[in-house]
Ligand binder design. Sequence first.
Ligand code: 0L1
Ligand code: MG
Length: 254
Amino acid sequence: MADLPAIAEILDEAARTANAVAQISETTPLTSDDAYRVQALSLERRYARGERRVGVKMGLTSRAKMAQVGVDDVVWGRLTSAMRIEEGGHLSRAAFVHPRIEPEIAFLMKAPLSGEVSAMEALAAVEAVAPALEVIDSRYHDFRFDLGDVIADNASSAGFVIGPPAPVSHDIANLGMVLTVNGHVAETGSSAAIMGHPLRALVAAARMVATAGEELRPGDIVLAGAATAAVPLMPGQAIALQVEGLGAVAVNIG
Ligand code: 0L1
Ligand code: MG
């Protein structure tokens, strides 16, 4: 039987020290259920160090990313206080293994949400929406993983930046999103690439956290998923995301 606490320690240490490790699946293929247990155990280690859970991220929310990993459902991970990067602030490339950044939409929750909910119920629990950047960083060599690997690795969660919040009355179904690096366009996409509508990612988040006995809580951030491919991060980059009608969010890489 797999030693789930030992696997959680390996992945937590890999993230904490920014040292890549071999895929867990090379020796111990994990079911999704066991992989989510590993994720929860590795997050317990972060909480014990003083980090707080501040929300969740949805991953593999575009058809392109699902096809890349060979799955047909989204994944989720937990966001902690230590992953938050100030809007317009700096992050150190050296604190990560091989970080990438991707353009997202974030929800800020005002009411609890959990289980099977409709899109209308999900929307009613949202305080605000915002442009967001997610830093992902697989703790596996070469950013290679199977589904169990990536779930256990907290869905590659590494950092996030939230832009100015906008009222939920804003229609987020199909917003143009432009990611620039040092003023040059790196990726363009639409919020519609996030499961067809970012609100579907929130519905999925409510469903998936419930399977772990958790809920989305007031004040939580929910990252809905990426609208384009992720861009590798290097020192000296100024990263900015402009979301049509919603605003901008930026971060500098040192
Ligand atoms: O946020 C994401 O969609 C990433 C999920 C994990 C897969 C990856 O690291 O690309
Ligand atoms: Mg993401």
